[in-house]
Design a protein around this ligand. Structure first.
Ligand code: MTE
Ligand code: MO
Length: 438
């Protein structure tokens, strides 16, 4: 693992940043306490035990713009960020169960029709810290901002697969349970130093309407115009260069974007695409990112009993207030984001300012000037909606938000009811306490 060449970032904009830091001492040497000093001295000069860079933005910055600028977009990594120096020599090899395996260079991918898809990416571990307060869970701690909405520019995977002889809309009956596996170039400890990988069903990969992209751009034209915070200290950092390519943190030069699905399947720094008989056998598909009932613990877990998580469930978070915020009694603006997986829109956002006794409906929007209608052709199918409501708050209270998606799915009330040992998919009602100062 080489952490010596990490890309430049704006740490002031990122909270919970765990930037390539050595693991805590106790985690590194649980068994040889007496040799700690010697080993520690040795490890000072090695980067083997450093943690990958993970960071999320402050929640206020997140919901301040519909499209999340790359600087504010959460970063989730399982290894050091690869350096790709010569983009012209970079290639993706498509092979496996195909008639014509093919090495594709960036110029081959640039030649295909380009699509801009506005899609929200959410880590399955978003809001994990809150879940761990119920009972300890294993995983990186996240507040509410391991999510972002970007305009991804790239080629459709369905077009790429056509180049190797796989027709569009390849149905399940034609090829059984075949999957398309994405393999990266980064090296992670969970794979024993091997690359990060994941897969999606072939039927989804060959469906143009699933909008699965091999993306080489992030927030192309929009990056320069959107400015999430008015504060002068933050503004200059958003006025980014005019260059559109993905940056290194987000997968330069090429990543997969699987809309509506947990972030873990959107493999960055893509190097190989394999058509395989069944789902990918990698760590992150088989021994991670699965949802277990609360009775399962680390002694009785049987990973093979569960499917890898794909679509994410309906989610909703208040971003305008921290827990706890101080407010002046009177009108308070409550805003945040709501999103659902599988391309389902947001039908409703309910907000309570009396701890759940009564509810009011928040207004929802995506692009300014266009009314938002869930699942309508005018809305961005794969993207979150922002919500806003103004309430009269006179006393200290608990504010709650919950959303309903277009399939009428609702969120669980209590985090206890969905607790799971990996701490994934915390979509319980989001609560913030406010303190009124008179
Ligand atoms: N791809 C590679 N190659 N390596 C990784 O560690 N992390 C995954 C996914 N793709 C990962 C990866 C996870 S768990 C998430 S949530 C998203 O990337 C995060 O994407 P982002 O860093 O662009 O926000
Ligand atoms: Mo993730």
């Amino acid at each position: 693992a080489d952490y010596s060449q990490e890309p430049p970032r704006h740490p002031s904009l990122l909270i919970n940043a765990k930037a390539t830091q050595p693991l805590p001492f106790s985690l590194r040497f649980p068994i040889f306490p007496k040799r700690r000093f010697l080993i520690a001295t040795f490890l000072l000069f090695s980067s083997v035990f450093q943690e990958p860079f993970n960071a999320e933005p402050p929640r206020a910055a997140l919901a301040a713009s519909y499209v999340t600028p790359s600087d504010f977009f959460y970063k989730r990594n399982h290894g050091p960020i690869p350096v790709v120096e010569d983009v012209n020599r970079y290639s993706v090899f498509v092979s496996g169960l195909v008639e014509r395996p093919k090495q594709l260079f960036m110029k081959d991918i640039w030649k295909l029709p380009k699509y801009n898809v506005t899609a929200t990416l959410q880590c399955a571990g978003n809001r994990r810290t809150a879940m761990s307060k119920t009972r300890t869970v294993k995983g990186v701690g996240w507040d509410v901002s391991a999510i972002g909405n970007a305009v991804w520019g790239g080629a459709k995977l369905s077009d790429v697969l056509e180049l190797v002889g796989i027709p569009k809309l390849t149905s399940v009956t034609q090829f059984g349970g075949r999957h398309v596996e994405f393999v990266s170039v980064d090296k992670c400890k969970e794979e024993n130093g091997g690359p990060y990988k994941a897969s999606i069903p072939l039927s989804q990969a060959t469906n143009p309407e699933a909008d699965v992209l091999l993306a080489y751009e992030m927030n192309g034209e929009l990056a320069q115009t959107e400015c999430p915070l008015e504060s002068s200290t933050l503004t200059p950092l958003i006025l980014l260069s005019k260059s559109n390519p993905l940056n290194r943190d987000h997968g330069f030069p090429l990543r997969v974007v699987v809309p509506g699905v947990i972030g873990a399947r959107s493999v960055k720094w893509l190097e190989n695409i394999n058509i395989i008989e069944e789902e990918c056998q990698g760590f992150f598909m088989q021994r991670d990112y699965k949802m277990f009932p609360s009775s399962v613990n680390w002694d009785n877990i049987n990973w093979s009993t569960r499917r890898p998580q794909m679509d994410f469930p309906v989610q909703c978070v208040i971003c305008s207030l921290e827990d706890v915020s101080t407010i002046k009694p009177g009108k308070v603006k409550i805003s945040g984001y709501a999103a659902s997986g599988g391309g389902r829109g947001i039908e409703r956002v309910d907000v309570s300012v009396d701890g759940g006794k009564t509810w009011m409906e928040a207004s929802r929007f995506q692009k300014s000037g266009v009314p938002y209608i869930a699942d309508d052709a005018s809305s961005d199918k794969w993207a979150w909606v922002l919500f806003e409501v103004t309430a009269d708050i006179l006393h200290s209270t608990e504010i709650i938000a919950k959303a309903v998606d277009s399939a009428a799915n609702v969120q669980p009330e209590k985090v206890e009811d969905i607790w799971n040992l990996r701490g994934i998919l915390n979509t319980s009602w989001h609560r913030v306490k406010v303190q009124a100062t008179h």
